[in-house]
Design a protein around this ligand. Structure first.
Ligand code: FES
Length: 167
């Protein structure tokens, strides 16, 4: 009985199975293009946003602290260029100041000076950076920390630019 029903069904709705399973090269190409288009548009959007960020010019200078108030071996937290960009200022000796973005170049955790302040340490995956230049010393980070350019204006330390090194 079921065979007869099925045969009647097939007569009413004949399906050419080989033709049904055949996917033309043109259809496949169309599928690939449609599936890749959103990814390509997202990549294009990211590229445009990055281009605008790179070309928006220097951020305005920002006063961090009077030099006299920063002890030798001291560390100060500040934000630059925006309130959402944490940075660290380190006074290495009498004449040497260094400032870096606090965002680890691996996955963005906050770096902090290690116990003897000889390097900057990221606790997330044990990344280490040199305090002299921000270069990665150990762990997963491959890129140096963005360095903040400092300027002494009448005894006050200012952040005036962000240097992003590619290597
Ligand atoms: S986020 Fe800093 S080492 Fe991974």
């Amino acid at each position: 009985m079921a065979d007869i029903d099925q045969a009647a069904w097939r007569q009413d709705f004949p399906i050419d199975w080989p033709q049904d399973h055949y996917v033309a090269r043109r259809d496949f190409t169309r599928f690939l293009v449609l599936a890749s288009l959103p990814f390509a548009l997202v990549q294009l959007g990211i590229g445009i946003v990055n281009w605008f960020r790179r070309n928006r010019g220097r951020p305005p200078a920002k006063a961090i602290a009077p030099l006299a108030e920063i002890p030798i071996g001291g560390v100060l937290s500040f934000t630059y260029p925006d309130a959402h960009d944490p940075c660290l200022l380190l006074r290495l000796d009498d004449k040497t100041l260094r400032a870096f973005s606090q965002k680890c170049t691996h996955l963005g955790c906050a770096v902090t000076p290690n116990a003897d302040k000889s390097c900057l340490y990221c606790p997330c995956h044990k990344g280490y950076f040199a305090v002299e230049n921000g270069r990665p010393l150990a762990g997963p980070p491959r890129r140096p920390l963005p360095r903040i350019t400092l300027e002494n204006r009448d005894g006050v330390v200012y952040a005036i630019a962000v240097e992003v090194n590619a290597s």
